[in-house]
Design a protein around this ligand. Sequence first.
Ligand SMILES: NC(=O)C1=CN([C@@H]2O[C@H](COP(=O)(O)OP(=O)(O)OC[C@H]3O[C@@H](n4cnc5c(N)ncnc54)[C@H](O)[C@@H]3O)[C@@H](O)[C@H]2O)C=CC1
Ligand SMILES: C[C@]12CC(=O)[C@H]3[C@@H](CCC4=CC(=O)CC[C@@]43C)[C@@H]1CC[C@@H]2C(=O)CO
Length: 407
Amino acid sequence: MDDCALSFWIYTGVMSVFVGSTLKKFLTSHVSSMPSLVAWLGATLLVERLCTLCMPAVLALAVLCAICWLYSSWDGPPYTLPVEEKAVFITGCDTGFGHATAKQLDAMGFEVFATVLDLEGEGAKQLRGTCSQRLTLLQVDITQTQQVQQALLCTKAKLGMKGLWALVNNAGVCVNFGDAELSLMSNYRGCMEVNFFGTLSVTKTFLPLLRQSKGRIITISSPSGEQPFPCLASYGASKAALNLLINTLRHELEPWGVKVSTILPSAFKTGQSSNTEYWEKQHQLLLQSLSPGLLEEYGEEYVLETKELFQNYAQAANEDLSPVVKTIVEALLSPRPRVRYYAGPGVGLLYFIHSYLPLTLSDRFLQRLFLKKKVIPRALRKENGLGLLNHSSNNNNNNNNNTPQRE
Ligand SMILES: NC(=O)C1=CN([C@@H]2O[C@H](COP(=O)(O)OP(=O)(O)OC[C@H]3O[C@@H](n4cnc5c(N)ncnc54)[C@H](O)[C@@H]3O)[C@@H](O)[C@H]2O)C=CC1
Ligand SMILES: C[C@]12CC(=O)[C@H]3[C@@H](CCC4=CC(=O)CC[C@@]43C)[C@@H]1CC[C@@H]2C(=O)CO
């Protein structure tokens, strides 16, 4: 083998390591369930094939991948910023992520301003009983401008000359769930009022402090604001509006040195979702408020199934909130906080499918992941004389018994 051929194969081997590891890192970091060996083999074979086909293109690809690999593997300085002298304002600390985060930040030494809806509620009592004197409890309904303004005055009075390091926009609700057509306007308005307008009001009110400190805004959004989760149109629409607002702010606040991050959790068992009484009440309210026509066309059994599926899902959600709490801490203390964080099992796979597979597959994945309905609307059943959705025919494309295909 002459020198030229030898150097070619040495070069190819080196490059395939680079590109293979880049692809492997990319695939395994996105597709947590994909065995890294498979990813590695796939990537390396792909590179070898490319090398034998068209060298110049491979050269360009390899250089590009090498740059990507170097950049992506550099997570920034290994250190985190000091906690001392840092104050954080967190909304929605009665329960769930907000409550757990307030406790964690207090234990780490932050000065925490934790807002709650109910100062005499269980969550507030727990924070009062377990946290240090550094933690300040404030009663704030973020939809009430007066209460948000009052919270600013209290925070400024307590901070004195010290700056506010970060605002954690955590408070949020899912007023109810159900098909978009069946969801009441009060569902849409209720979600928008808290998740969008409430968060906007708090952010606008505290921005002067955050610009002064060149601090941070960390917002807990939801994948349902970016992907069409069935029966979550009202909640998802409010999160979509929130996402756009936060992403716009991110650009606009860059000159001020304010860093903006969004956290996208998977499903967790928190105050709202595990409150079966709440969902029972919402279900009854929906049945009472639906027009007779809609109720006739969809049927009570269809609405009941949705509630039951939703509650089963919520009961099976992750109990350990630490992935979200740890992500919030990282967004607070990283020298270079990320624009987006995925927090919790499966959310990376969710976005990999959404980003790289055809929309029909991604939509179907969501439907099967979140709410696997069996009952079809009454009007469709009458039309086709069917009760449950016949899944076997669903998988049979040349279906000839007219079973309505779920899109
Ligand atoms: N639990 C989950 O699976 C997921 C939750 N999220 C988001 O995480 C955030 C926190 O929710 P969770 O901890 O899950 O539920 P949660 O219901 O336990 O916490 C929500 C908090 O917001 C507060 N809140 C509700 N309305 C308020 C208002 N008008 N003013 C002030 N505070 C208000 C509640 O008192 C509660 O403390 C929300 O923004 C939610 O949309 C996002 C993705 C998944
Ligand atoms: C609506 C709520 C919070 C969510 O965002 C999740 C939803 C259950 C289905 C989901 C699965 C995911 O992987 C992403 C998150 C989510 C869309 C949850 C049911 C109740 C939760 C709630 O009420 C939050 O206030």
